[in-house]
Design a protein around this ligand. Structure first.
Ligand code: NDP
Ligand code: 8X3
Length: 253
């Protein structure tokens, strides 16, 4: 992992920030992208690695032209991306489909599907050219099982599953690897974002449960990234011991 270039989207919080820590610790060079610049700076300051091993990008993955320009304008020493972690993503709302909010839908589809596609489309050709690379998409248990009110979010994560499978097929004959890491319940800012800042409602999601931590997920991502170069881990589903499916959770209240 020493001096490998790892590009992490959604690095300002949760699973993305935990990935930054574990890959930094292993000696990687990090490109950390998100919209919240101050949060990226705070993370960079907290990482115990030389500043020349970190490149911050204020980037909205939904903005295709911004993604194109960010990749095209990377300094030459940062261009050869070895690992792309497509982690930026969000859920918005938990309404019945027939009562859903259009803006919530657009945001989830634009971020979770289109943003992931833009990064992939602009980064993967370089990986193919260099005969080296690994795309790690963060899917979800929600891409395997749909739950009430999950409708569009689950749809976006089912799309991530299909896109990961499709990319694996399209890259056959190249050494570029594709992995989907699909967690169940992880305590991050995810539920605060889903419930538009309603902290009390967000807390209830994790009440009485021992959820996964962002570090637990980063640990699995790191494992996938560090197998022998002929080994491709296609898909990993991980969830807390306290969870048996998207909706079946053991709560000690
Ligand atoms: P957080 O809300 O803690 O982190 C989400 C990250 O995505 C933030 O860094 C945020 O940065 C970034 N992000 C959101 N929208 C954009 C955008 N348009 N452009 C760039 N970055 C963006 O949640 P998690 O860490 O939990 O989520 C990470 C991934 O894990 C998501 O794809 C989520 O769907 C998935 N996941 C989460 C689970 C959970 O239970 N928490 C379970 C399964 C999957 P900023 O706002 O600064 O742009
Ligand atoms: C996040 C997990 O179950 O809230 O993808 O959809 S869940």
């Amino acid at each position: 992992m020493q001096n490998q270039i790892v590009f992490i989207t959604g690095a300002s919080s949760g699973i993305g920030a935990a990935c930054a820590k574990i890959f930094a610790h292993a000696g990687a060079k990090l490109i950390l992208a998100a919209r919240r610049w101050e949060r990226l700076q705070q993370l960079a300051n907290s990482l115990d690695i030389p500043s020349e091993k970190i490149h911050l990008l204020q980037l909205d993955v939904c903005d295709r032209l911004a993604v194109e320009s960010a990749i095209a304008n990377l300094p030459s020493s940062w261009k050869n991306i070895d690992i792309l972690i497509n982690n930026a993503g969000l859920s918005r709302g938990l309404s019945k489909l027939q009562e859903g909010d259009f803006q919530d839908w657009e945001e989830m589809i634009d971020t979770n599907i289109k943003g992931l596609l833009y990064l992939t489309r602009y980064v993967v050709p370089g990986m193919v050219e260099r005969n080296h690379g690994h795309v790690i998409n963060i899917g979800s248990i929600a891409g395997h099982q749909t739950y009430p009110g999950g409708n569009v979010y689950c749809g976006t994560k089912a799309a991530v599953k299909a896109i990961s499978e499709g990319l694996k097929q399209d890259l056959l004959g190249t050494p570029v690897r594709v992995t989907s890491v699909d967690p169940g319940m992880v305590e991050t800012e995810f539920s605060q974002v889903r419930f538009h800042g309603d902290t009390e409602r967000a807390k209830k999601v994790y009440a009485g449960v021992n959820p996964l931590t962002p570090d637990d997920v980063a640990d699995v991502i790191f494992f996938c990234a560090t197998r022998a170069s002929h080994v491709n881990i296609n898909e990993v589903i991980l969830m807390p011991v306290d969870q048996a499916s998207a909706t079946l959770v053991n709560r000690q209240l």
